[in-house]
Design a protein around this ligand. Structure first.
Ligand code: AKG
Length: 237
């Protein structure tokens, strides 16, 4: 258990409700991120494609996820209801690998279909992320939309933009923002928020992050992503 409770301000909560995302700065320290990167790299394959459920192999990864910090934040954004996590995934974006392209714009909840507002993706920036090394981008306010149609695209196709893709509704096209992050930041994203990521165009810098899918305990979901082998477990370990 992490000793100190993470407190969000009312400004943080309002910003999350208005925009559909929140960045909590430096929730994890540099040594913790270094350790997580080491653990993540041990679970990667030679192509560095996205790694689903590395926690199944690494109890240490699971300990980082469930030590209470992420739970403090996600519970606060959901009226202190207990939260489960369904699994995690690691994006590597290593220069020179076949997986440096971006992710197509999408809503995470088109994959999982939990009830509106009952879940989030929590993404830990394991390294600094900016436009050059392929940061995420989002369309603030788009979390108020229903789930849109998504065109199927593979999650594992080398040298292509990855993942199912939605069209950006006209009123959101000019609202795109890049999500600049520092190592150790925690990014929380509403399941209906349209987002994606840029290609990593840096010749030298990777961009690792770890995403954790969280839902309010007891809510229904479906999982089309069989490879993720998702099953709910308490986020507060
Ligand atoms: O990290 C990335 O490049 C994409 C992550 C993403 O869009 C997601 O996990 O839903």
């Amino acid at each position: 258990m992490f000793p100190k409770k993470i407190i969000l301000t009312s400004q943080d909560i309002n910003s999350y409700n208005d925009n559909g995302y929140l960045i909590v700065k430096k929730l994890f320290g540099p040594d913790e991120c270094k350790k997580l990167i080491e653990l993540a790299l041990k679970t990667a394959d030679l192509t560095y494609k996205v790694r689903m459920s590395p926690d199944h192999e690494s109890p240490e990864i699971k300990n980082f996820i469930t030590d209470g910090r992420i739970a403090d934040v996600v519970e606060t954004l959901h009226n202190n209801m207990p939260i489960d996590w369904l699994g995690c995934q690691i994006h590597f974006r290593i220069p020179g690998s076949p997986f440096t392209k971006g992710w197509n714009p999408h809503q995470d909840n088109h994959y999982t279909r939990y009830p509106y507002g009952m879940g989030v993706s929590a993404i830990v920036a394991l390294e600094d992320a900016d436009r050059e090394n392929g940061c995420l981008y989002a369309y603030p306010g788009s979390h108020k939309l229903p789930i849109l149609e998504h065109e199927p695209h593979s999650t594992y196709a080398p040298n292509e933009n990855l993942g199912n893709k939605c069209e950006i509704p006209t009123e959101f096209i000019n609202r795109k923002v890049d999500l600049l992050m520092n190592q150790g930041d925690l990014y929380i994203q509403h399941g209906n928020l349209i987002h994606g990521s840029h290609a990593n165009n840096s010749p030298t810098r990777s961009r690792l992050n770890m995403g954790i899918l969280c839902i309010v305990h007891g809510q229904t979901y479906t999982s089309k992503a069989q490879s993720a082998n998702r099953k709910p477990q308490p986020l507060r370990g």
